[in-house]
Design a protein around this ligand. Structure first.
Ligand SMILES: Cc1cc2nc3c(=O)[nH]c(=O)nc-3n(C[C@H](O)[C@H](O)[C@H](O)COP(=O)(O)OP(=O)(O)OC[C@H]3O[C@@H](n4cnc5c(N)ncnc54)[C@H](O)[C@@H]3O)c2cc1C
Length: 462
């Protein structure tokens, strides 16, 4: 069975690639061993946001009196919250099935293994293997939860993100190792639901990739909400022989033993590069990733790779953009390589975090002379009306040429606001252009304009 393009894996990398390929007139198939939509739709972006929405509604109910409302009785039903999240994920996966049909893409269910000669063997659930071939094979097999040797996951007491979103019962207490986006989102969810949460982070700050001001604000907000946070600390070993877990944590002051019902290991991801035929075909990998050029070609002609399995930010929107770039290049279109310096990153806890470009520290290290502006949501009318005064927008400009080097936000709704900075940077806008762009009132987005105004000493509401 011969195709123009076969995509191995149907995550936001794979399915988007397949749709764009089909739009461009290629006869396309996508191979998937689990559910359409990959980690993002089934075990990542979407189900976590559904859980976080339940937490947000619950938090609103807890604070109803702040809004002049009396709600005498309310409670949570943990398994219903989990069920809602699974329902949302399943619905999204069905949506991809529809998109595959609409775009006349063949979905081949089974486990794929690439071979030389641009062929792929697909083994279905009954063990039957069928060979397919294509002019171009795009590998998009994604990643899974990374296991540290000191924290082997048993799926019950020491868990990864899949179990964390489908626990049969709400744990009374939880240790979360790692405070990247995944760790912090689960910390917020479980803390809101009433679980006693301790976050252990190896680095000096939580959400360590973010600008330091953002990390500090996040730490304050999470501590205020009741999450315990241990930075400069690492879990050395874990004992699961008792009813719960006992974690030995190395801190600056010595060792400490933490006890909890479960421990969530949120220390990053491991690419799915094993058993997919890379060695047989001779595709080069390095440090757990397939090595590709600017247009996602591997070292072997006719084989490409995109998404979490290649270097770059492991994010859904990055995987999709890489896939589109890859097939447009195959189609002979003029395409620019992706600018990995202009990728927005978001964390959907409360408060939310959104950022793009250089942090203040990175900009200083690069030797820029800076203009920095900050606008707190405590000075925003919309934030006051919404009861969401926690947080701020911080913008960083190059003083000499006015280039918008970075934008960092923390607060309600900022994950929807960051696109303004991404677009502004893409269009090479200057601070003054942003400042002269009229923003609607009252909105949280005014804080971007005001932060830019603050950088140029023209701020109005502060
Ligand atoms: C808890 C969590 C929350 C996240 N939240 C966000 C977020 O809010 N925003 C964001 O941008 N990113 C988020 N991510 C990251 C995002 O999910 C990934 O970056 C994205 O899914 C990567 O897409 P991908 O297409 O490369 O791979 P994946 O989504 O991992 O898809 C790969 C697919 O390939 C299939 N596959 C693998 N091997 C084979 C094989 N041999 N044969 C057939 N099929 C195979 C897999 O079953 C899977 O369906 C989150 C991740 C997690 C874990």
């Amino acid at each position: 069975m011969k195709y123009d393009i076969i995509v191995l894996g149907s995550g936001p990398g794979g399915y988007v690639t397949a749709i764009r390929a089909s739009q461009l007139g290629f006869k396309t198939a996508v191979i998937e061993k689990e559910s359409l939509g990959g980690v993002c739709l089934n075990w990542g972006c979407i189900p976590t946001k559904a859980l976080l929405k339940s937490a947000q509604v619950f938090d609103y109910l807890k604070h109803a009196s702040d809004y002049g409302l009396t709600i005498s009785e309310f409670d949570k039903d943990f398994s219903a919250v989990v069920q809602r999240s699974r329902g949302v994920a399943n619905g999204m996966s069905k949506g991809i099935e529809f998109l595959m049909k609409k775009n006349k893409i063949d979905v081949i269910q089974g486990t794929g293994k690439i071979k030389t000669g641009k062929k792929i063997d697909v083994t279905d659930k009954d063990g039957k293997t069928t060979e397919y071939s294509a002019d171009h094979i795009i590998i998009a097999t994604g990643a899974r939860s990374r296991e540290l040797p000191s924290l082997p996951q048993d799926g019950k007491k020491v868990i990864g993100y899949r179990q964390a979103m489908t626990l049969p019962e709400q744990p009374k207490s939880m240790i979360i190792v790692g405070s990247g986006a995944i760790g912090v989102e689960f910390a917020h969810f479980y803390n809101s639901m009433g679980t006693d949460v301790t976050v252990v982070e190896f680095m000096p700050n939580i959400v360590p990739v973010e600008d330091e001001d953002i990390s500090k604000q996040m730490e304050r907000s999470m501590k205020k909400a009741g999450v315990k946070i241990m930075t400069n600390s690492s879990v050395e070993k874990v004992d699961t022989s008792g009813p719960g877990v006992k974690a030995t944590v190395k801190t600056a002051k010595g060792e400490e033993i933490l006890e909890a019902d479960v421990l969530l290991s949120a220390v990053g991801i491991k690419s799915n590069i094993e058993n997919i035929g890379l060695e047989e075909v001779g595709i080069t990998t390095d440090k757990d990733k397939i090595i590709v050029n600017d247009f996602y070609q591997t070292n072997v002609p006719g084989y490409y790779a995109i998404g979490d399995i290649v270097p770059g930010q492991a994010l859904a929107h990055v995987a999709s953009a890489e896939g589109i770039t890859c097939v447009e290049k195959i189609a002979g279109m003029h395409v620019d390589p992706i600018d990995y310096g202009n990728i927005p990153g978001c964390t959907y806890a409360t408060p939310e975090i959104a950022s793009v470009g250089l942090t203040e520290k990175q900009a200083r290290e690069k030797g820029y002379d800076l203009k920095i502006g900050k606008f707190p949501f405590s000075a925003s009318g919309k934030a006051s009306a919404s009861g969401a005064k926690d947080g701020f927008v911080k913008v960083i400009f190059d003083a000499k040429y006015g280039e918008w080097l970075g934008c960092h936000m923390i607060g309600a709704g900022v994950t929807d606001m960051i696109a303004e900075a991404v677009l502004g940077r893409k269009l090479e806008t200057t601070g003054h252009e942003v400042l002269k762009t009229i923003h609607p009132h009252p909105t949280m987005s005014e804080a971007v304009m005001e932060a830019v105004a603050a950088a140029y000493d023209e701020v109005i509401h502060m």
